[in-house]
Write a protein of this length. Sequence first.
Length: 257
Amino acid sequence: MPRIISGCPMLESLALYYCGVFQFLDLRKSLSLTRLEIKHCSWASRPTKIIAPHIHYLRLKTSETCKLVDVSSLSEAYLDIGIYERFNRKADLLLATVLKMLAKLRNVERLTVSTTVLQILSAAEIRRFPFRALRVQTLIVKTQLARSLITGIAWLLQNSPDLKRLIVQTTDKGSMWVDECVDSYLDTQGSKLDKLWRLKYGAFPPSREMYSMLHSEDSTWKLLASFIECLLRNTKTLETLVIWLGAFHNESHDWAK
């Protein structure tokens, strides 16, 4: 990698797909590089370290966390961290590492987070992990309307005091058991889940029940109304709210488009 970088002094965009073998990426000498994309599946024991002080855009879609050493010029970031079975094997380390990554992204103007990141934030909020406030102005979240994700969204909004624009992309992609890994982890920590979810977000069902609710028009709109109320309740400076109802699209329900 250092030879490739040194041979391309005018490089502006770099995309690394499934290059999980490297554990250190130093882009300090790439003065023209403004865009970095990384997609990989790595089971290395150590996270990839990234030093990229000149990039303006970062897209990370990995099965492992990364250590962002220097990304000080970022203005836009996309973060998607896979969970899978690691949520129970080394969950505390996963939560702490993802929060450190978000701390490094705290100055970006535009941030996109996936459903898995929201799950991690939900567990971290319930476990009372510290969270540094973000300065993001435009936030894009990809989510289902399940309770293990709503908690993370609310916590993210509470810690984004400068937020002006919120874009929500609801999705039905992923497992109908999306809550299970979070519930299982919190159960090992002694959390009284039923009481906790009911007190904070009782309007939102477990993911396995959400799918059945989407077949009822009345239930769907009640769920959506509760979701919008939750978003507005946790923001103070929001000027624009956009919700894309991908999870509600059905060929037999024109009303959902």
